[in-house]
Design a protein around this ligand. Structure first.
Ligand code: P6P
Length: 338
């Protein structure tokens, strides 16, 4: 009988190792796990019930909102508000910080999430995911939450992770003590430890980027991507290109197999000169995960976790994955800058 460790058991074990841990965090995580199970149930029957397609609304990102996006956002906001341990939250789908409704108990944590990332893939049954990032407030408990409590340096994250809705539903997260993967056993409704202490291979054989944007890239970015398309690299032959168009799925594959995911700055839209991905609800949580797994994450040259956000939905170029590849990318960009 393989040892079946649930997320809750894993967290309680971890919590015992944190002096003065109050159990607030474990409670928050249990609510997150419940949200994941509810969203997974809906994702897995999409197509059978009326959750596919668009709501007809446009979100703060200027993107059309999918019904399942909206559903996942509602579930997370509802469950997180009632966790009793948050003082604020933020969603990729909402323009502003979401306050905890008056009358509900509050705590010292802040969660920032992308409720259903990769939503352009929902209607064609391609893997999608929920991404989350957790901070502890800096301002005094009992005083109004400050924007600085939310816009903290990305290195201040106390936890980060994602739920991947695919051939199985997986929860992968870190609390700063390694990266651990849990797979949902739908028969018993529990996430069971399936990938303890995940480490990303030092050198990868895969690169992930949307090459359709080639005409909009800088010469330095073209040099970076050419490094992986040519034989002029550590392998002496081109890397394999794998690109799903769903960050959680692309990241998860590279985390397990090794490789690098790139979303460079491009010049398609003058309003988004630094690319499409959001710092706080996509790049920062993935950066904490990959570093905890022995990898690297930069904006091309600067460590993602060293960035202090200036606004909630700011975007950032992202190069993330195996240490060797992300280091090579940094050297190429720095070399171009002279
Ligand atoms: P593109 C999904 O919409 C997303 O935010 C990420 O999940 C994914 O990596 C990226 O956009 C794909 O963007 O421009 O290649 O379609």
């Amino acid at each position: 009988m393989t040892q079946q460790i649930t997320v809750t058991e894993h967290l309680l074990l971890h919590q015992k190792q944190i002096p003065g841990a109050t159990g607030q965090f474990t409670h928050l995580f249990n609510e997150l796990v419940l949200s994941a199970k509810i969203i997974s149930r809906e994702v897995n029957k999409a197509g059978l019930v009326d959750v596919l397609g668009f709501t007809g609304e446009i979100n703060v990102q200027g993107e059309e909102v999918k019904k399942l996006d909206e559903y996942a956002n509602r579930i997370l906001i509802h469950r997180m508000a009632r966790s009793g341990v948050l003082c604020a939250m933020a969603s990729e789908e909402n323009a502003d910080i979401i306050d905890i409704p008056h009358g509900l108990p509050q705590g010292s944590y802040i969660i920032i999430f992308d409720p259903l990332d990769g939503s352009s893939n929902i209607d064609v049954n391609v893997n999608i995911g929920t991404i989350f990032s957790i901070y502890r407030r800096k301002s005094k408990v009992g005083t109004p939450v400050q924007s600085s409590d939310v816009l903290q340096c990305c290195d201040e994250q106390v936890a980060a992770g994602y739920i991947l809705y695919g051939s199985s539903t997986m929860l992968v997260f870190t609390t700063g003590d390694g990266v651990h993967g849990f797979t949902l056993d739908p028969g018993v409704g529990e996430f069971l430890l399936s990938h303890p202490n995940i480490k990303i291979p030092e050198i990868g054989k895969i690169y992930s980027v949307n090459e359709g944007y080639w005409p909009y890239w800088s010469e330095a970015t073209k040099k970076v991507v050419n490094h992986f398309k040519s034989a002029d690299n550590v392998h002496g032959h081109p890397y394999s290109l794998r690109y799903i168009g769903s960050l959680v799925a692309d990241f998860h594959r590279n985390l397990i197999y090794g490789g690098v995911f790139m979303y460079p700055a491009d010049h398609r839209e003058p309003s988004k000169p630094v690319g499409k991905l959001r710092l706080m609800c996509e790049a920062a949580p993935m950066a904490m995960l990959v570093e905890q797994a022995g990898g690297m994450a930069t904006d091309g040259t600067k460590r993602i976790l060293d960035i202090v956000p200036h606004e909630l939905h700011q975007r950032v170029p992202l190069f993330i994955g195996s240490k060797h590849e992300v280091s090579i990318i940094r050297d190429i960009y720095e070399g171009q800058d002279g």
